[in-house]
Design a protein around this ligand. Structure first.
Ligand code: AQP
Length: 336
């Protein structure tokens, strides 16, 4: 089977360094090796309440960040999910394939629903079935994601397998997660045990892709650390989550590994390491931030990329969905 990449990102606010190092930077590399489809997942965004104007704006901004990071719309398909109705259509079918017990095990739902579970939307609970539909509507074979999405990918494989068993055919591939690089789980700058996230109340917990140089320097200066010097081995960072996080970020930005960073900085304290990290972060992120501002000055170009991407994505998903309809015995062609 031909390799095809699919991955998605939510338009739920500014992209941050975790999204960049855990996912987008890898998307940029992979677009040259595989047919690649990158989706701004607005249907996923509405699993929690959204302000329509903010969602509209974030869809444009996230797309601008993808372009600024180096995704080439001539090479890869970039579009927003709700434009291609096959995502929602297949998600419904997968809601009928997935078992309640499988979804009950998903840790992201538990984290996001929190104590208010009874009040969470049905969509938030069924989120992984929509994610499976996103991937399998294109029969994608590889899915580059951060560590946090691993469990959802396993569910996608379970759904694909159950569907295949139902239709007695290897209809869908079992997609492989691609969790690549040093920084597969970037942690909050305020708490090394929780994930850097768009929805963290504190802006000082994350570096946003549109932060200016001064803000990046300030956030790194204020990042939580400990009083010890950097050790010689990575194992010695095991019980120092904040220190490990900053060293990991450095390694990922520098395109090296943790051991090499420690070989250079062992014995030095954060008074020395933080300025070096801030310089590196500014040097690596500033070109992306500047390119993003240029795209935001001409949003017509960004919207054109999404229009074109939606057509190309639809052209792939539509015939696959048509085959699925036949397998299930649905009468006639879908009008979507
Ligand atoms: N902290 C992270 N480290 C590494 N990778 C990460 N990703 C997200 N956070 C980190 C990866 O980025 C891709 C897109 O994520 P998303 O925006 O679609 O979903 P998310 O995981 O829900 O991101 P956030 O920031 O945590 O959003 P909120 O706060 O709205 O829930 C995925 O590949 C993800 O693995």
């Amino acid at each position: 089977m031909m390799s095809r990449i699919f991955s998605g990102i939510q338009p739920t606010g500014n992209l941050h360094l975790g999204n960049y190092l855990g996912a987008i930077r890898n998307w940029v590399d992979l677009q040259h090796q595989f047919e690649s489809i990158y989706c701004v997942v607005d249907l996923h965004a509405i699993t929690v309440p959204q302000n329509p104007a903010a969602l509209h704006q974030a869809t444009i901004e996230v797309t601008a960040s993808l372009l600024a990071a180096g995704i080439d719309p001539k090479q890869a398909i970039i579009f927003n999910q709700s434009r291609v109705p096959q995502h929602a259509e297949l998600a419904w079918i997968f809601n009928c394939v997935a078992r309640l017990g499988w979804l009950n095990r998903m840790t992201q739902f538990k984290e996001k629903a929190g104590k208010n579970r009874e009040n969470a939307s049905v969509g938030l609970f069924a989120y992984p079935a929509l994610m499976a539909a996103d991937i399998l509507a294109y029969k994608a074979t590889h899915v580059p994601v951060g560590e946090d999405q691993k469990q959802h990918l396993e569910l996608t494989r379970d759904i694909a397998g159950a569907f295949n068993a139902m239709v007695e055919e290897d209809f869908f591939p079992l997609p492989e997660p691609q969790i690549i690089g040093e920084a597969t789980r970037v942690m909050s700058l305020r708490d090394g045990t929780s994930k850097m996230s768009k929805s963290d109340a504190s802006d000082f917990s994350r570096i946003n892709m549109n932060d200016d140089a001064d803000t990046i320097v300030q956030k790194i200066r204020k990042a939580k650390t400990d009083p010890d010097v950097l050790p010689e081995t990575a194992e010695a960072l095991d019980d120092r989550p904040e220190a490990r996080n900053l060293v990991t970020i450095y390694a990922a930005l520098a395109g090296t590994d943790i051991d090499r960073v420690l070989a250079e900085y062992a014995g030095q304290g954060f008074g020395q390491f933080k300025p070096a990290l801030a310089d590196l972060a500014v040097a690596k992120l500033e070109p992306v931030t500047q390119a993003m501002r240029r795209y935001m000055d001409d949003t017509a170009e960004v919207i054109k990329v999404l229009d074109d991407g939606a057509e190309r994505a639809h052209a792939i998903a539509q015939p696959i969905m048509s085959d699925i309809r036949k397998r299930l015995g649905f009468l006639g062609e879908s009008l979507g």
